[in-house]
Design a protein around this ligand. Sequence first.
Ligand code: NDP
Length: 245
Amino acid sequence: QTHGVAGKVILITGASSGIGEAAATLLAERGAKVVLGARRVERLERLTRQIRSAGGTAEYRKLDVTDHEDMEKFVRHAAETFGRVDVIVNNAGVMPLSNLQERKIDEWNRMIDVNIRGVLHGIAAGLPIMQRQRGGHFVNVASIGAYEVTPTASVYCATKYAVRAISDGLRMETDREIRVTLISPGVTESELADSISDEHARAAMREFRRVALPAQAIAEAIAYAVAQPEGVDVNELLVRPSKNA
Ligand code: NDP
């Protein structure tokens, strides 16, 4: 069975859990060469072993997306190992929710650093290589929070609105040579809510997360966008859980 993802070199940030891990597994199953990045390197090592023992091709490298030099090294490592970079999935993200009046300034900054700067660092590192190749694809993971604001999520939504703005801008500025897909999940099973320190926001999120998508569903959305033939640029996908999830 041949799929549009087979043979592609696909870099995934935040591949140590949740959506990134599910995407790595699915894309590798379909014949992509995946390169995994995150800070918890023991998890990446384990996932790489699983993918390889299932017959797939995977590499990993420790990555902190907030450090742009580290991101350069991550992308260079992939290019040197596999000879090219077809897709970068900018997926790493954090979501420590709280009301603005709680003044959790360190958490605001962390969201800005990971969710916005992290995506920009991925673009900065990958774009020169993709432009030399005369083609490439960024898949940026945003959220339904890129379209609507909810209480406790002002800063988180702001970071995701930013990812949406950057994605549209990138598509225009590269004159459509580079494909850009924004993937916006609704509530999805993952470790994302673990980063919430605020009790009120944590309790609200526990209620909210009763109806959640499996991470696999978002992996499928990513795979769909990546599998399209050259010349087809899936701009945006919004995926929400239905009641029977
Ligand atoms: P997880 O918490 O399970 O995964 C987040 C990933 O990001 C982890 O692999 C983590 O790895 C990585 N990460 C965090 N900080 C950094 C950093 N500084 N450098 C490198 N990697 C980092 O959550 P999800 O799978 O849910 O999150 C993936 C994306 O999906 C995020 O962008 C999130 O905002 C988005 N999303 C999720 C939704 C949901 O309901 N789950 C809904 C909408 C959007 P490590 O800690 O090892 O570095």
